[in-house]
Write a protein that binds this ligand. Sequence first.
Ligand SMILES: Nc1ncnc2c1ncn2[C@@H]1O[C@H](COP(=O)(O)OP(=O)(O)O)[C@@H](O)[C@H]1O
Ligand SMILES: [Mg+2]
Length: 459
Amino acid sequence: MPRFLSAEPDTRLLALPWDVSLADWPVEHLVALPRGISRHVVRFIRVGDSVYAAKEVVEHLAVHEYRLLSDLQRLGTPSVDPIAVISGRETPSGKPLDPILVTRHLQFSLPYRALFSSGVRHDTVLRLLDALVVLIARIHLLGFLWGDVSLSNVLFRRDAGEFAAYLVDAETGELHDRLSAGQREHELQIARTNLFGEFCDLEAGGLLDEALKPLTLVETIEARYRELWTELTAVEEFAGNELHRVESRVRRLNALGFDVAELDIETSPDGNSIRIQPKVVDAGHHSRRLLRLTGLDTEEHQARRLLNDLDTYRFRTGQWNVDQAVVAHKWLTDNFQAVVRLIPQELRAKRDLAQVFHEVLDYRWYASQREFREVPIAEAAMGYVKDVLIDLPDEDISADVAAADLGQSPVNPYDPSQGFDDDNGEQPYDPWEDDVEDEDLPAPFGGFDIDTLRAGKKG
Ligand SMILES: Nc1ncnc2c1ncn2[C@@H]1O[C@H](COP(=O)(O)OP(=O)(O)O)[C@@H](O)[C@H]1O
Ligand SMILES: [Mg+2]
């Protein structure tokens, strides 16, 4: 009789064929989705309308990973959600089988190979790397030593014009009170080796932009990590009359998506010099605010964009003095849900809805610039559906499109690690990638630029 370790058991899991080795599971339980390279047998399984990832792995590692993923979830780290460990498995003839760790399949997530195989532009690669760097710094702040940083062990999700990286494989992880410099150096060394190998592999497969060199990429990751770590933790000293530098530091950290939970400020006895060090910083400033106000659970950059739209809405409708929560509720129905209602049901698997809303805002801005008028949000949403969304590949990928999305046909659709029949398949085209270049243009409509507005209100 198999044993289930689970904090929130999904009883539908009980009926699965636990007495069969995972590699031999009948396909009726499986979903073919793209995934990274793995050491273990990993399969995506469908239970009712949920999709889970199942990994067959020895008992102590399965339990260790389950616990660590639970800790990471509790600490608010972007990582996959552990569901259960099923152990005590044996075949009908009594042969013991390794336990299976079940995690929730991360919706809309893209393993890096799926991203690269659809052709990634130079600056998109840099944004992917930044997402990885932020993830590493974030877990290090929590005292989590990953032990196996690699592209195969992260999943990417679109986050407005950026990407958010999620930790997927915690098997080698360790949670400490805090990490020493030596531990972090060791982590970087492992990261260097793994990532270099993965980039060389992409290069050999012709999937890496010619201008990008594996060694440079690895060095960039390391340099960006060190930069970010310094910004997050370094002690800064300055003269007593430069107090604005305290605020600048906090603002820079907020802009990076980190919260300053506590700032250690020391003043010299004569008051002439000040030392500051951010004590504990954790992430998700904007997404927490948006969640609190609207119940929308989004990525950080999406949240920032949606909050800007909310503040703009507040200004536009003259509701500066109305309670934030009340305005947020009206914004949700008037703007967000109004757009969502215009997205045909059959196109909703293409992007998550917060991302769609963000892209509609972009679309509206371009349309307004082109037509010298303020295009209403509903009109923009309809244009976006027609001009953009319809042609995008699905990212909430279902079984039949998964293989097509990779542009190749796998030898075994349930086990991508067995390679592909034909490596020269046609690459799917993502029209949205064509526009990212202009993403950093200033915000819409001079008068409604929220940063200017905020600055104006303060000054
Ligand atoms: N919960 C999940 N959601 C989406 N993809 C997943 C999930 N769990 C695993 N994967 C995919 O499976 C791959 C292998 O999983 P991983 O835990 O890294 O196995 P291994 O320990 O054998 O390396 C990952 O690279 C990822 O692409
Ligand atoms: Mg792995």
